[in-house]
Design a protein around this ligand. Structure first.
Ligand code: IPM
Ligand code: MG
Length: 366
């Protein structure tokens, strides 16, 4: 394998700036290993609405289908917020992409380097060694996609809206399998998060996860937690978790909480994987930072590019099998952030060296 072909969808807001940094770092890292990147850029999100009248043009889907992975920036912004909800970039680009490629498994690592404990809103004595956990979120089921999903008029002038939460046992088993693989590469502990005291979905979720682990991974320690308690426990003692396994909506909420306790949304990368194999015999996937388009700082060279770079590293690991290269990039990000914090150059919520300069620093640390 010498050519790594992936679709690049920078999107809106800070997306293009942080994507430029990620591509630069990936190119520098892979050229040292004799690998050539073949990024193919396409429009998605608000920019695609502006240029093509639709958030996810056919051409973009085609480019993605012909690639081995998708490196995604972020989509959305105030400019498109007045559109009907179904046409807004998030719902009309990102969600259909996830569904189209059956990207049912979303992996979000929550990592706070011990050197950066002060960046976390948690008190240092709660996280003396930093934070290290991962959230495995089911991504193509539940409330996000269940039908019916609509707003309707009622006789008498009232209106109602319905979203449907629906999970099949087979879907729960698929995502549980991903959690098992992840737990086996870590501390062999899974905490499955649900709301089984209220939701039928969660009752099935808990039963399925329990039975599946008993058969397929009896060596893994499994616990269950209600989602409200999990939200509290994350803020109280995040390191009680190793792998969090949960459904789509709960995972959306908990992963943002996880990001903030890890110091910055600008550090949270993610991988969304399906079952399809790409030409390299690895999983086709979509890789995106979880921080959003940050329109307030877009175009100002202020965005933290780390999450985009780390998402690129995840792409190398999961879609191209380049574990060592991914490790090298992750280590470079770590050294950059840690060094910068020591010298006061890179601050979380304080003085910043700027997006591009941070990119150069990461590349120099490779
Ligand atoms: C995320 C985001 C998306 C989600 C939005 C942009 C649709 O919040 O990836 O967590 O809710 O899944
Ligand atoms: Mg979210």
């Amino acid at each position: 394998m010498d050519k790594l072909k992936f679709a690049v969808l920078p999107g809106d807001g800070i997306g293009p700036e942080v994507m430029a940094v990620a591509l630069e770092v990936l190119a520098r890292a892979s050229e040292a290993d004799g690998l050539t990147l073949e990024p193919v850029e396409a429009d998605a999100g608000g920019i695609a609405i502006d240029r093509h009248g639709t958030a996810l043009p056919e051409e973009t889907l085609r480019i993605c289908s012909e690639s081995d992975a998708i490196l995604f920036g972020s989509v959305g912004g105030p400019k498109w917020e007045s559109l009907p909800p179904r046409e807004q970039p998030e719902r009309a680009a990102l969600l259909p992409l996830r569904k189209h490629f059956s990207l049912f498994a979303n992996l979000r690592p929550g990592l706070l380097y011990p050197e950066l404990i002060d960046a976390s809103p948690l008190k240092a004595d709660r996280i003396p060694d930093g934070i290290d956990l991962v959230c495995i979120r089911e991504l193509t089921g539940g409330l996000y996609f269940g039908q019916p999903k609509e707003t309707r008029d009622l006789p008498g002038g009232d209106r109602e809206a319905v979203d449907t939460m629906i999970y099949k046992k087979s879907e729960i088993e698929l995502i549980t399998d991903v959690a098992i693989a992840t737990a086996r590469s870590r501390k062999h502990r899974i905490c499955s998060v649900d709301k089984a005291n209220v939701l039928e979905n969660s009752v099935l979720w808990r039963k399925t996860v329990t039975e599946y682990l008993a058969v397929h991974a009896p060596e893994i320690e499994l616990t269950h937690m209600y989602v409200d308690n999990a939200a509290m426990q994350l803020a109280r003692d995040p390191n009680q978790f190793d792998v969090i396994l949960t459904e789509n909506m709960f995972g959306d909420i908990l992963s943002d909480e996880m990001a903030v306790i890890c110091g910055s949304l600008g550090m949270l990368s993610s991988a969304s994987l399906g079952t399809v194999e790409n030409r390299h015999g690895h999983r086709f996937g979509l890789y995106e930072p979880a921080g959003g388009t940050a329109p307030d700082i877009a175009g100002k060279d202020l965005a933290n590019p780390c999450a985009q770079v780390l998402s690129g590293a995840m792409m190398l690991r999961f879609s191209f099998g380049l574990e060592k290269l991914a490790d090298r990039i992750e280590a470079a990000v770590r050294r950059t952030v840690v060094d910068g914090t020591r010298t006061g150059d890179i601050a979380f919520g304080g003085k910043s060296v700027g997006t591009r300069e941070m990119g150069r620093a990461i590349a120099n640390h490779l």
